[in-house]
Design a binder for this molecule. Structure first.
Ligand code: ADP
Length: 400
């Protein structure tokens, strides 16, 4: 099947046209500055990159432009739109409604709309994308794949916050967790590579990118994860603080004479390794500053980041009663041998031995523990789009 995978942001739209049987990416691209001036579509196909400058006043314009590019006689990859068998939409928040991917119908769309209050920055854009595709391709089946769904298997004692219970029942305040598609993909892929049934494995998946989260995946099911009610909780991230004492918020409001919203904005955009280093949210910049220039605050930022990852890995081994596999993925997890080594240093009591030569790998699937290591340590590049295409294929096959 040819599946169009769509990931809509408020002013952007990422897409991939994927041949689901082998994961071959026929074309991919990005529409930027939708609804703003100077909108631009970058389309990659057949080894070429084409930039198309054209006004896109909304997501519908963007989808039309994407489809035009896909069927274009020069740089297109299909003859006709009818070759697209299905569309898979990444949707950030599925609340407690969705425990897996679903075929989109009116009820599903309503439930995704109900989740807007939980993800006000993300779900509206995802809905825009779904509605635009529905208008332009009314007969093509569409599937929603949720960032939260994989984590819906968490037990209540892991997802409930110790605050008055009625806030959970009244306002749905609980841990949801994010990056679910990535945690699911890399845990399944790790089991495949090891040729072991996932139902017998305790896996800790570390998705370390601009946004970072860790999941405890026991017997193929997420039993805990570090992001919470929103993607702000947990690890120190590029610009996000991760977990802090909530009292800091009212304290800062008073000291800096700012609103709660302003504090939360600081915690989302000016904190994390950027906030500590004062240099950058990008780990390449931080590593250069710390190791080449001896910058102390960059070193401190890396220390804070690695320490939180280390603590979380340890706590998830405790949550699962052990660990068989530790997986690293996403920008930093896939491409940062130094950061991986730094994180794992001192955690050997869990039962792994890191092979420093094998760890010297970037962006490729690899087992980076020694042959006699009791616990496997692996690098598995994430592929959320492929996972979305596979889920979409499975659901569309099942309704045929
Ligand atoms: P997201 O998808 O959350 O935007 P990514 O998964 O692309 O983020 O990760 C981005 C992060 O990965 C950046 O901090 C970047 O510095 C880091 N990264 C990418 N390549 C490398 C590398 N070679 N070494 C260290 N970090 C890297």
């Amino acid at each position: 099947m040819k599946i169009l995978v769509i990931n809509c942001g408020s002013s952007s739209l990422k897409y991939q046209l994927i041949e689901s049987k082998d994961g071959n990416v026929l074309a991919k691209g990005l529409a930027e500055r939708i609804g703003i001036n100077d909108s631009l579509l970058t389309h990659n196909a057949n080894g070429e990159k084409i930039k198309i400058k054209k006004d896109m006043k909304d997501h519908k314009d963007a989808i039309k432009l994407v489809l035009d590019a896909l069927v274009n006689s020069d740089y297109g990859v299909i003859k006709d739109m009818s070759e697209i068998d299905a569309v898979g939409h990444r949707v950030v928040h599925g609340g407690e409604y969705f425990t897996s991917s679903v075929l989109i119908n009116d009820d599903v769309l309503k439930a995704i709309t109900d989740c807007i209050e939980l993800a006000p920055l993300h779900n509206p854009a995802n809905i825009e994308g779904i509605k635009a595709c529905k208008q332009i391709m009314p007969d093509v089946p569409m599937v929603a794949v949720f960032d939260t769904a994989f984590h819906q298997t968490m037990p209540d004692y892991a997802y409930l916050y110790p605050i008055p219970y009625e806030y959970y029942t009244k306002y749905k305040i609980r841990r949801y967790g994010f990056h679910g598609t990535s945690h699911k993909y890399v845990s399944q892929r790790a089991a495949e590579i090891l040729n072991k049934p996932i139902e017998s494995l305790k896996i800790i998946t570390c998705h370390l990118g601009n946004g970072s989260s860790i999941a405890a995946v026991k017997n193929g099911k997420s039993v805990d994860t570090s992001m919470g009610f929103t993607p702000l909780e947990g690890l120190a991230m590029g610009t996000r603080s991760g977990s802090i004492d909530p009292s800091i918020i009212s304290y800062l409001m008073e000291k800096e004479n700012i609103t709660a919203e302003e504090v939360v904005n600081i915690l989302n955009k000016k904190s994390g390794v950027y906030g500590i280093s004062g240099i950058s949210s990008d780990f390449r910049d931080l590593e250069d500053a710390a190791f080449k220039n001896g910058n102390k605050r960059a070193q401190l930022a890396l220390n804070v980041f690695a320490y939180r990852v280390k603590k979380t890995i340890g706590s998830y081994a405790a949550a699962m009663g052990g660990v068989d596999v530790i997986v690293f993925t996403a920008g930093i997890g896939e491409n940062g041998p130094e950061v991986r080594e730094f994180i794992l240093d001192g955690l050997e009591f869990l039962g792994f031995k890191l092979d420093k030569d094998k760890n010297n790998v970037r962006g490729k699937e690899a087992i980076i523990s020694t042959a006699d290591s009791k616990v496997y340590v692996m690098v598995v590049p994430t592929n959320e789009e492929y996972m979305i295409a596979k889920d979409t294929e499975k659901i569309v096959e099942s309704i045929k």
